[in-house]
Design a protein around this ligand. Structure first.
Ligand SMILES: C[S@@+](CC[C@H](N)C(=O)[O-])C[C@H]1O[C@@H](n2cnc3c(N)ncnc32)[C@H](O)[C@@H]1O
Length: 213
């Protein structure tokens, strides 16, 4: 849940969301039980909507965990899609593959284990959409690697850009907090980039949606 919009609005919003299919609902339960920070259904729907809006087929995801956001993206992208799942933890990847099988989406998802920032250089070609959800201190590097890999009209979407509001803290209060400093730098980079048209959306923990110009 978000600390950005306040509890009442959050409760209202999440109360409106339609039921998910059994696989997504099981993933949500598992994530709750084991404290896995997935994007959740409101952001899942946003990913689905944007992927459909730009007709995304080739999608690269940085930081996929148990594959919850991957599943939303793979559904949106359709049977011709190739979605690259990437995560540094092989146990996450194994669990994710089980969900992809059960959802009938295994053939459109390539599972890659390792550092997403290295893996993106190992996959050739342009992407229609890149979703970034790696550890936060990597965000500026993720920006530098991802933006050149998008086609014109493609989308670079990033989670946690408000970081529970910590991004509003002034520099002197952030000396030991490299994650928040990295997100602040990242948000500045997005708006300063002549290659991107950026909007920060205060949904859940904040999303950056950037159109490649
Ligand atoms: C917030 S979780 C991802 C949640 C997922 N996007 C979802 O909503 O379902 C972040 C994941 O990124 C992985 N991760 C963090 N930094 C990484 C990196 N540099 N390379 C690969 N995986 C990374 C972690 O192992 C963790 O599983």
């Amino acid at each position: 849940m978000s600390e950005i919009t306040g509890a009442a609005v959050e409760k209202y919003l999440y109360g409106l969301l339609p039921k998910r299919d059994p696989v997504l609902e099981e993933m949500e339960r598992r994530a709750r039980q084991r404290d896995i920070p997935i994007v959740g259904p409101a952001v899942g729907r946003l990913l689905y909507q944007y992927a459909q809006l730009v007709g995304a087929r080739r999608i690269f995801e940085m930081g996929s965990a148990i594959g919850y956001s991957t599943l939303w993206l793979a559904r949106a992208a359709g049977p011709e899609a190739m979605v690259y799942y990437t995560d540094g933890d092989p146990k996450n990847a194994e669990e994710a593959q089980g969900y992809f099988e059960r959802a009938g989406l295994r053939s459109r998802i390539q599972v890659l284990v390792g550092n997403s920032l290295e893996l993106i250089n190992r996959v050739e070609g342009e992407f229609d959409l890149i979703f970034n959800d790696v550890d936060k201190h990597y965000y500026p590097e993720a920006f530098r690697l991802a933006v050149p890999r998008l086609r014109r009209g493609g989308l670079f979407i990033t989670d946690n850009v408000f970081w529970s509001g910590r991004v509003t803290r002034p520099a002197p209060k952030l000396r030991g907090d490299r994650d928040t400093r990295a997100i602040q730098e990242f948000n500045r980079l997005l708006y300063a980039s002549p290659d991107l048209w950026t909007t920060l959306i205060p949904l859940r923990d904040g999303l950056a949606v950037c159109l490649k110009l």
